[in-house]
Design a protein around this ligand. Structure first.
Ligand code: ACM
Length: 681
């Protein structure tokens, strides 16, 4: 599925033009810049590239240029003038005002980049824009007939939304510092600017508290970030123009706090770190002053540790059972005139907001905290639906959208890409209200990812979300996005992310140390055709706890099967124009290969205990491919398939209920389309 130039230029009409002879790297930039005009010719890089700052002293920019030089050398193999005396191409970076402080919600990330045959210039009002421009520049480097070069181009770029985040849940599965760093590098490459760091959960309290050390000592299994590590991450992120917004989720999702501090809970008893997944019942006690005293001390400590002005207090999924069971809570509600648990949570949030404000921070929380009593500066983080975002904006609050950007639900990139923060309920907002919608965030909840697999769930799909939040609204051609996503995915791995290499490593481990390359290939061919079950289905397929190793085929399998997507594209094309013989052949050859190849994985599966639960998959693949081939034969004859055929074959279209392997054959929808077309023609 390669981008056609025609599709590209018509798509670009709204916000700029790309000459029809634009170089491939210009047309494949991701995220697509606000304005791009292709020039003629190219800047040769055969003698290297010397990048220098021409603006005011700027230590952050110098560090960025050093990283840029290292990546450039690694990407191109060119590190110094190739021949004695030859002069390298020059890149002049001019930042009007250096940004020595931390990235902020108001930072200016705009930049202009001009590449001409005699040199390149990158200008930006602030250092942040220069960081973004350097990423664009690396994305433009391409090999050509005359060697490596940068295509002549003028880019004028700026983000559409100021809040472009990735949430990483370190609570449910701890993510080591290296994992965060490589994901911060990936975020910078696609121009994301907020790491929302979910640090406390029922299953783990992950930050060192010097004031209340029992919190992390008893609540983390020893897996927590020291304050030095937190500072290291914040500095690493800041150098990449990324803010770090911490989340301390309360009053629910707090079991791990209670292991060391049971007095915080409505029910004071012995607690252990939660191992199961789901919405847990323990909750903080909003009636007791000592709870607010501890929170005041803890938030004061965290407010000093995390310099970003925004502090996320969670607030999601408090079902209130623990409160319903507490006589003290009942008395308190009555005394305060709080009719419902939602009113009680609003009371808690109001107290919390006072604490957060006193420590100089802006309060942010999930939709559940939306209430007129919140301070007007508060930021509502929408996970349940876009309605609360629009409602918040009308009430004068700012908002960030995550509904639709839940990458843990294993949906295709195209679904996230189609989510538009200013659509649906937000479409009728006044300009002033609309401006309160700050952007969005991909959320990587970690029930089913650990340090080994997280990259494969974050990337490359998050690059599509990053484009939604950075690029102009009319950048929305899905086929073009996928063509660029593949390139972006490869480039992201060069930053030490492991979403592609991890796949191979896990398949080899699943096949076992004695497996041959052919065995691993057979398993890969099968794995290429399946996807993990979607949304919240996986939890129902077998018993999972935080101690379950995530080392099965479902963990190796990628969220989106390229093979299946390609088959869907071919199928839609064929059904739109049934006379296309080539189209039929392309489908047939794939289905035949999958049918024949599926049994090759059987011996590998039979030998490997880790693959035990995958045993039914080859037969499922073969049956679906077989039904697809029969449908294709009917389509070729041009006669409707007999109803009895459809009835006999229809069962292949039923997805297994709660499959223990947690996987689904990804090309089932395409086969369904073929079978229905064969029946109905
Ligand atoms: C959430 O997904 N409970 C914020």
């Amino acid at each position: 599925m390669k981008t056609s130039r025609i599709a590209l230029s018509s798509m670009m009409l709204g916000f700029g033009t790309v000459a029809s002879a634009a170089s491939p790297s210009i047309s494949r930039l991701m995220p697509r810049p606000a304005e791009v005009v292709a020039g003629s010719g190219a800047l040769s890089l055969e003698n290297g590239l010397r990048a220098a700052s021409a603006g005011p002293a700027d230590a952050r920019l110098e560090r960025a240029l050093a990283r840029f030089a290292a990546r450039f050398a690694r990407q191109t193999g060119i590190s110094r003038p190739a021949t004695e005396g030859a002069s390298p191409a020059s890149l002049t970076v001019r930042v009007a005002k250096a940004s020595p402080g931390l990235p902020s919600i108001d930072m200016d990330e705009s930049y202009e980049l001009t590449v001409a045959p005699d040199g390149a210039a990158l200008t930006a009002p602030e250092t942040w824009g220069a960081l973004r421009g350097l990423e664009t520049l690396l994305d433009l480097v391409e090999p050509g007939p005359g060697g490596l070069s940068l295509p002549a181009v003028t880019v004028k770029d700026r983000p559409r939304f100021r809040w472009r985040g990735l949430m990483i849940d370190s609570g449910r599965h701890f993510m080591p510092v290296e994992v965060l760093k490589r994901n911060l590098d990936g975020m910078a490459a696609v121009k994301l600017d907020v790491l929302h760091w979910h640090l406390t959960e029922d299953q783990g309290f992950r930050v060192e508290s010097r004031r209340f050390p029992k919190l992390h000592q008893k609540g983390s299994d020893g897996l927590f970030y020291t304050q030095e590590q937190v500072k290291e991450i914040i500095a690493y992120a800041a150098d990449r123009g990324i803010r770090v917004v911490p989340e301390f989720d309360m009053p629910g999702h707090t079991t791990s706090w209670f292991v060391g501090h049971p007095e915080l809970a409505t029910e004071s008893r012995a607690y252990t770190i939660e191992r199961k997944w789901g919405v847990m019942q323990p909750a903080m006690d909003p009636t007791r002053e000592e709870v607010y005293r501890l929170l005041d001390g803890f938030i004061g400590e965290m407010a000093a540790l995390f310099p970003d002005p925004v502090l996320h207090i969670g607030g999601d999924e408090v079902e209130g059972h623990a409160w319903d069971q507490s006589p003290a809570v009942a008395v308190f509600k009555k005394a305060k005139g709080l009719a419902t648990n939602a009113d009680l949570q609003a009371y808690f949030n109001k107290r919390l907001a006072q604490i957060v404000t006193r420590h100089g921070k802006t309060l942010m929380g999930w939709d559940e905290i939306l209430h007129e009593d919140l301070p007007k500066g508060a930021i509502i983080h929408s996970w349940r639906g876009p309605e609360s975002l629009a409602k918040a904006a009308r009430l004068g609050f700012r908002g960030v959208l995550s509904n639709g950007f839940y990458i843990d639900l294993i949906q295709p990139a195209s679904e996230h890409y189609s989510v538009e923060p200013l659509e649906k309920d937000a479409a009728n907002l006044s300009p002033e209200e609309g401006a309160r919608i700050l952007g969005g965030e991909a959320t990587m909840w970690s029930e089913f990812v650990n340090a080994e697999t997280i990259d494969s769930r974050v990337w490359p799909r998050t690059a599509a979300i990053a484009e939604r939040l950075w690029s102009p609204r009319d950048v929305r051609d899905v086929a073009d996005m996928y063509a660029r996503l593949e390139r972006a995915s490869r480039r992201l791995e060069w930053l030490a992310l492991e979403h592609r290499t991890g796949y191979r490593r896990m398949l080899e481990r699943l096949a076992g140390p004695a497996a041959s390359d052919a065995d691993v290939e057979a398993l890969r061919a099968l794995a290429d055709l399946v996807e993990p079950v979607k949304r919240y289905e996986r939890g129902g397929t077998r018993e999972y706890t935080s101690l379950t190793p995530l080392n099965r085929l479902v963990d190796a399998a990628r969220p989106e099967s390229d093979d299946a997507r390609e088959l869907s594209v071919l199928t839609e094309r064929l059904l739109a124009d049934p006379a296309r013989r080539n189209g039929r052949e392309a489908i047939r050859s794939r289905l035949e290969a999958w049918q024949a190849g599926s049994s090759r994985a059987l011996p590998v599966i039979a030998r490997s205990p880790l693959l035990e639960d995958a045993a039914p998959l080859p037969a499922e693949v073969a049956a679906l491919a077989g039904a697809g081939l029969e449908a294709l034969a009917f389509l070729e004859q041009g006669e409707p398939a007999p109803p009895t055929w459809f009835t006999q074959r229809a069962s292949v279209l039923d997805k297994p209920h709660k499959p223990i392997h947690g996987l689904e054959v990804a090309f089932r929808p395409a086969v369904k389309r073929l079978m229905e077309a064969a029946r109905g023609q």
